[in-house]
Write a protein of this length. Structure first.
Length: 264
């Protein structure tokens, strides 16, 4: 368990579920929630019992980005340094999600706005409830897409759609997000958590080392040349081939039974 109620953490069957838990504020981020989420992802990195992460939200929203009440300009005083906020709170979590060599499933249970949407897009497999919406809310309050959004939207969608979403802040339905390849699937609201948990459980029972290397490779492909990528595949396949799970996978195949992967 993390020490904060703002992110509920629970480990079962190798899946560490992290549930953003400020439902009355649509799970918008305050400092405590940032730190609790970081503790959760750090635990996922450090604890070999964790073999997949499932990120979701409590209540009717997934995450509405930054808690705007935290920095109420009506209270006066100097303007906040939002660059510092990003460096101190958002960016470490984004880096942890991307560098974690274990699958991160995100179940977007409701509206995902601002940094909340972009944290979802940083996860490895995103399922969203049909009723969920993704909103690049930043331009409504004079900000720029952060939490990796300017990077992920542009890479995934290309400039025309990334710019239109970011400049207009028009809500994007879960179905459209799936059609555009921003997320994996939009599913019936009632079955979201069932499907997300099944997926996370099956990934947690998988060959964790190989899955982690696969994540590393796919993320590196965006910046690598084909030659660099082929070299990296060679090195990663060498490492995967030395794993106990590779031996188990082949043995199970030859013995016509289900493999029992240990995650190493
Ligand atoms: C909220 C919030 C919220 C506080 C709903 N804060 N209370 C920013 C600055 C600093 C550093 C760097 O990074 C960032 C990154 C960002 O994320 S900027 C973008 C911040 N997020 C937004 O601008 C989204 C603001 N929220 C909304 O536009 C709407 O709430 C959405 C479209 C998400 C949902 O609309 P509704 O379904 O109509 O719900 P609601 O607006 O009625 O919200 C429910 C409650 O949640 C309400 O409180 P209340 O006491 O009236 O029931 C809202 O005030 C509260 N809430 N988002 N970000």
């Amino acid at each position: 368990m993390t020490s904060s109620e703002t992110v509920l953490a629970g480990l079962a069957g190798g899946v560490l579920t992290l549930r953003l838990n400020r439902p009355e504020k649509l799970n918008s981020f305050n400092e405590e929630m940032h730190l609790a989420l970081r503790a959760g992802f750090q635990r996922a990195q450090d604890d070999p019992q964790v073999r997949a992460v499932l990120l979701t939200g409590s209540g009717r929203g997934f995450c509405a980005g930054q808690d705007l009440g935290d920095r109420d300009p009506r209270k006066g005083g100097p303007a906040p340094d939002l660059g510092r906020t990003l460096e101190t709170f958002y960016n470490p979590n984004l880096r942890l999600i991307r560098s974690l060599e274990k699958p991160v499933v995100c179940a977007v249970n409701g509206v995902a706005a601002g940094a909340g949407a972009n944290i979802a897009f940083a996860c490895d497999i995103v399922l969203a409830a049909q009723s969920a919406k993704f909103i690049q809310a930043f331009s409504k309050i004079g900000l720029i897409p952060d939490a990796g959004g300017s990077w992920s939207l542009t890479r995934i969608l290309g400039e025309p759609r990334a710019k239109a979403l970011a400049l207009t802040a028009e809500p994007l339905s879960a179905a459209k997000a799936a059609e555009w390849g921003l997320i994996w699937k939009a599913v019936e609201d009632e079955s979201l958590m069932i499907q997300a948990e099944e997926l996370a459980q099956s990934l947690a029972a998988g060959p964790t080392l190989g899955l982690g290397l696969t994540k590393r490779l796919i993320q590196a492909a965006a910046v690598n040349s084909l030659d660099e990528q082929l070299d990296m595949e060679r090195d990663c396949q060498r490492a995967a081939g030395l794993s106990a799970d590779y031996a188990e996978g082949v043995t199970a195949f030859l013995e016509k039974r289900k493999p029992e992967f240990q995650g190493r």
